[in-house]
Design a binder for this molecule. Structure first.
Ligand SMILES: [Zn+2]
Length: 50
């Protein structure tokens, strides 16, 4: 009997988003919030250290 079973396999649900800085399509492990800018990996690194 196959169910949808093992979903807790360390995989996070990813949400499609557009980077606020470079406007590239990216995926974030959280739900994009309209009030907050979303950054792709590259831009996120840039913003982490000023
Ligand atoms: Zn970006």
């Amino acid at each position: 009997m196959a169910g949808f079973g093992d979903r807790s396999f360390g995989q996070r649900e990813m949400h499609k988003a557009v980077c606020s800085e470079c406007k590239k399509d990216c995926e974030v492990p959280f739900k994009p919030n309209k009030d907050k800018p979303v950054y792709c990996r590259d831009c996120y690194q840039k913003h982490k250290k000023f």
